[in-house]
Design a protein around this ligand. Sequence first.
Ligand code: HEC
Ligand code: HEC
Ligand code: HEC
Length: 146
Amino acid sequence: MTQGVTSSGWLRRYGAPLAVGIAALVIAVLALRLANDARASLPSTEMAAARGPCLLPAEQMRRAHMDLLLHERRVAVREGIRNPQASLERCVTCHATHDAAGISLSANDPRHFCRACHDQVAVRVDCFSCHRATPAIAAADTETAR
Ligand code: HEC
Ligand code: HEC
Ligand code: HEC
């Protein structure tokens, strides 16, 4: 009886802070797992790095590539001004992904660089119905491109 009273007193005193502490720990662990998952789901840029630097640092590219591409497209299509540095062909050349046989993957393949993130956020681009999704020069698959 005394035992019961003491333990319920203990529970009343420390129960709530303890519960809050445990909840905070669970949330922290989950947040850490999520952060790791997000990082793990970014596409590899190892092969691309061998071909040279991106137009902007990765952090900025992640946020700005759509504006950059759509801007270049507008300028090219409307004004006829082409910026070879920012052509879509150049993106898919550096960022080409390959199957086991070394053949570059088309935009139909979920492992295509441009789909790595898009599939996760349910973004669909129609770019590759007109533009090549693979390097134009076969040599780019094995050698450095540009
Ligand atoms: C000369 C090779 C090269 C070209 C051309 C190139 N990239 Fe990159 N790209 C890279 C490299 C290398 C990285 C990783 C950079 C880093 O980690 O700082 C990268 C990173 C990125 C990222 C971020 C990926 C991530 O996991 O965070 C995006 C998005 C991207 N590029 C899109 C593009 C687009 C769109 C184009 C065309 C306009 C393009 N890139 C052209 C080499 C290239
Ligand atoms: C690091 C992840 C990542 C990679 C790699 C990536 N994208 Fe994206 N892209 C996104 C996200 C996220 C959005 C949606 C942004 C939004 O809705 O604000 C997006 C949106 C876009 C859009 C605009 C779509 C629309 O309907 O407005 C275009 C165009 C685009 N990406 C092109 C490309 C191309 C081309 C490549 C490959 C060269 C590529 N992206 C690779 C993350 C990525
Ligand atoms: C209906 C066909 C079509 C579609 C779909 C299309 N484009 Fe284009 N794009 C063109 C044509 C044609 C040009 C002009 C090519 C030239 O004059 O060099 C062009 C030019 C461009 C250019 C500048 C030059 C180059 O080679 O990169 C960019 C960048 C571009 N488009 C990006 C995009 C992106 C990003 C998407 C998807 C959101 C897209 N395009 C969808 C037909 C298309």
